[in-house]
Design a protein around this ligand. Sequence first.
Ligand SMILES: Cc1ncc(COP(=O)(O)O)c(C=O)c1O
Length: 400
Amino acid sequence: MFAEGRGAVLTDLDGNQYLDFAAGALTQSLGHTHPEVVEALTAQAGRLWNVHDSATPDRADLLDLLARLLPDQLDTYAFFSTGAEVVEAALRVVQATAAPGRNRMGALRHGFHGKTMGSRMLVHWDVGHQSFSGNTVLGYAPYCYRCPLELEHPSCGVRCASLVRKHIAEKPNVSALVFEPVLGAAGVIVPPPGYWDQIAEACRAAGVLLVADEVLTGGGRTGAFLASELLGIKPDLAMLSKGTANGFPFAVLAGRGDLLRRPEAATTGAYASTYASNPLGIAAARATLEVIERDRLIERVRVLGALLEDRLGALRSRFANLGQVRGLGLLWGLEFVTDRASRTPAPEIARAVYTTALDLGLRTSLGGHILRIAPPFTLDEALLDEGLRLLDKAIGQVVA
Ligand SMILES: Cc1ncc(COP(=O)(O)O)c(C=O)c1O
């Protein structure tokens, strides 16, 4: 049972300490209880908690900050509380603005968008209970390690993307493609070069909106404020949540003004809900993003990411059960297999590594046969080394 967290370190009820390489729920970009976020929240807690979606000075400042941090075309914003809530808000904008007959949405296999019914319709794999795919059209995710077409990159010519492109061109009833630029929950699936170029171009040509679910990747985690920027995608709408308010429930819908302000989308109350835009969330987001901007933490993510890449690559060369290690910035997935030839997923090994690492003092994030490593941006090199030493030891103990 965890009792408290400071920076990258958690302490349990018995006083044992753990390095948190899962940053809470991939939320604590600045680490646990960052003093400036605590101060902003504490001051706000004594001032004002809820005025529905009325204007406040902090809200105006946060809007300015987002305008500086986000790509130019994403110039209009609405605030929410959770990932699933902001995904639903984006789906409502798509529905409200879709041309008649464009009554379906595109999504990618292996994408994850939340557990409310609308977001669940976009999720086509079993995430704890059976999938409930609705009115969506599916495209291949760029999962090279387990290529659905049984091809190898780069000789495949990124065939998965050409099939998605063909699909988009042939389905005149698709209004939007909702996607994670890097697929996080499915195990940090990083697309090969060219994947998004082809798909984004096909969407533009067909008038299909690009809706980037950056709930997990947004806010700097991959080494750019949005992963879309790294991959050359210019989304029409983007959703951010996890890293934006350092773990306080908060989410941002960012979009092209001409879409979000279209009368069909911007009906009275369309972007309001009870806790959306609450001053506490705004205070936490403002403090978090100000620190990220002021301390140039996204550059730091790139520096630490390069170190992680080297060190995790070295781990892979030592342990045959590590089938693949992949990631960007401070978001990495370690895929465990029974052996490299068959690539059979090994969830029992992944779970054993997860629990052994935790016993040794390292917290990671487990999903099936994949461990995710996503430390806070504020980590220093010494703690990065220490975490990797514990991970190395944990894998060694499990597969020895
Ligand atoms: C890409 C993505 N979208 C949406 C969600 C849903 O967010 P929440 O759990 O806050 O509803 C998640 C959560 O992990 C996510 O990773």
